[in-house]
Unconditional design. Structure first.
Length: 226
């Protein structure tokens, strides 16, 4: 694909909001045609920090790990995991929190999904607020108004109490080449949640490291979570 800067001359032809809206309508028709043939839809929620060099509208100094102190934009995206279509995109200012506007973005994305399709949502640790989880748990079909199951999986911050709970459980082991992967399941209720939820802990290590003697093999593991 060409660099986005090559499109600047073309974008100048869109002088009014109606012109831009026409692009949206065209994109929605193409998206609807593709998703109408899918019986399983995966909604991937993601955000990106884009550094800007100027005084663009909405550009503010916020979290920016690549260029600290620089102005940036913090757009929010919803992609479909199988087709990789972008179902929704919102340009937010640089100070916007990772999950700001997530429910609104989900509602727009859901409009493209066929009512008979199964739905799964995937998101990073910045999206696991209770109100977002409840949106998927209590979701109702847009056409019928009846409750519809939406499976979801999201990352959590790896707090020490999660690891401590996991170490009290039995772990299942899988060998993948030179790596050892283990997983276990716990029930966890974050401080901001109104109820406990299922959490999967995953840890990995190099098989060769187990050939050495250690006081405790727990020092070998690299923990992950979802």
């Amino acid at each position: 694909m060409p660099d986005y800067t090559t499109y600047y001359n073309d974008l100048q032809r869109f002088e009014t909001a109606e012109d831009v809206h026409g692009l949206k309508e065209t994109n929605e028709e193409l998206t609807k045609r593709v998703l109408s043939e899918q019986d399983r839809v995966i909604l991937d929620f993601d955000s990106s920090v884009n550094t800007v060099y100027g005084n663009q509208e909405g550009a503010e100094v916020g979290y920016n790990s690549t260029n600290p102190g620089k102005k940036s934009m913090h757009p929010l995206y919803v992609f479909e995991g199988s087709s990789r279509l972008c179902l929704n995109a919102k340009l937010r200012n640089g100070k916007a929190y990772t999950s700001e506007g997530m429910i609104e973005a989900a509602e727009e994305a859901m409009k493209h999904v066929c009512s008979t399709a199964s739905i799964m949502a995937r998101f990073d640790k910045g999206f696991t607020k209770e109100k977002h989880l409840l949106y998927f748990e209590e979701y109702c079909d847009l056409d019928t108004g009846f409750p519809k199951e939406v499976l979801y999986v999201g990352k959590l911050k790896l707090y020490k109490n999660l690891v401590r709970k996991g170490l009290e459980k039995t772990w299942c082991r899988v060998y993948e080449g030179t790596k050892i992967t283990e997983w276990t399941e716990i029930e966890h209720q974050a401080q901001s949640w109104s109820k406990p939820r299922r959490v999967i802990l995953i840890r990995m290590a190099e098989a060769s490291e187990f050939e050495e003697l250690y006081l405790s093999e727990e020092f070998l593991w690299n923990f992950k979570h979802s």
